[in-house]
Design a protein. Structure first.
Length: 179
């Protein structure tokens, strides 16, 4: 019994010590919440790599403009290729009354406006992650610029899928309170 009490006596002290430590993240670190695959992911979704929890981008370190790089205009989408909604997602939308799905990908855009290093930041599953990645790899961007010169930069891209079978009027979507 005494050992248990001693163990718990040290626990609050350890918690306080951890909470008081200063942040050690570098200025060029972009944090994203840890990516978790959807429980509804299918085989094709598994081919899309998950994004790391942190990107350490900077023009000086790896040649990709990061949040600390001053006077950089972000890349913008010039040409969009529509992503195809999978039959699995259409079926799931009809069963769960979900009206749409969002997949968020992170993309490094090169100096020519071409996407590279596509990774998954937010998964929806049902084959939509793979469909979104395939479409975004064919997007074209106006590249980021610093002092008028094109530079590489990383941007998040949201691909929205709308169900052809929206939930019936008056029936709430999953996760939404009734009106």
């Amino acid at each position: 019994m005494r050992r248990t009490l001693r163990l718990f006596a040290f626990l609050p002290l350890a918690t306080c010590m951890v909470a008081q430590q200063p942040s050690t993240s570098p200025d060029n670190e972009t944090r994203t919440p840890g990516t978790i695959r959807s429980a509804n992911s299918i085989g094709s979704d598994l081919a899309v790599p998950l994004c790391p929890a942190r990107f350490h981008d900077s023009l000086r370190a790896n040649g990709i403009a990061g949040p600390q790089d001053q006077d950089v205009t972000r890349p913008r989408v010039k040409s969009i290729i529509p992503a195809l909604m999978t039959q699995q997602a259409i079926d799931a939308a009809g069963q769960t009354h979900i009206g749409n799905f969002n997949v968020i990908l992170n993309v490094a855009v090169d100096k020519k406006g071409l996407p590279h290093d596509v990774c998954l930041q937010k998964s929806s599953g049902y084959g939509l992650d793979a469909s979104a990645a395939a479409a975004v790899e064919r997007y074209r961007f106006a590249p980021a610029r610093k002092n008028g010169k094109p530079v590489r930069a990383r941007v998040p891209v949201t691909v929205r899928f709308e169900s052809p079978n929206p939930p019936p009027i008056g029936l709430p979507r999953t996760g939404e309170p009734p009106a």
